[in-house]
Write a protein that binds this ligand. Structure first.
Ligand SMILES: [Zn+2]
Ligand SMILES: [Zn+2]
Length: 127
């Protein structure tokens, strides 16, 4: 069973040959601005690019920040850091299939946006 992922414009597509080992949720301001907060961690060998490798662009921050961020240069979809290390961090938000894992840890919880909670009474819009 493979787990597929893609960007908003459909230019970048990939698949995972095995389920991620785990998922973590990051609440830092940088992940928030980059449009991704939950990541799945999978062995680099299990990630296979199907299309759009040339659309992948990387943002490497200045120290002390280390987390390189890959995104689609056409539509801006965040992919996390799918190309660094033996275990890669992939933004759960770009997955098309259920990865089968759920977040088991939080990072930078004190940095969470003030509006992250308190919307339990909000109405549901059209689906
Ligand atoms: Zn795209
Ligand atoms: Zn973060």
């Amino acid at each position: 069973m493979t787990i597929k992922g893609s960007c908003v414009c459909g230019g970048v597509r990939f698949e995972l040959f095995e389920p991620p080992a785990l998922m973590g949720a990051c609440h830092c301001s940088r992940c928030r601005k980059a449009g991704s907060a939950a990541y799945v961690y999978v062995r680099a060998e299990a990630l296979h690019w199907l299309a759009g490798r040339a659309l992948l662009t990387r943002y490497k921050p200045r120290p002390p920040f280390r987390f390189t961020r890959a995104f689609c240069k056409r539509c801006g979809t965040a992919f996390g850091d799918p190309e660094t290390g033996r275990v890669v961090a992939i933004a759960a938000s770009c997955l098309d299939d259920d990865p089968g894992v759920r977040a088991t840890f939080h990072e930078y919880a004190p940095d969470e946006a003030p509006w992250a909670h308190g919307c339990e009474d909000a109405m549901f819009g059209p689906k």
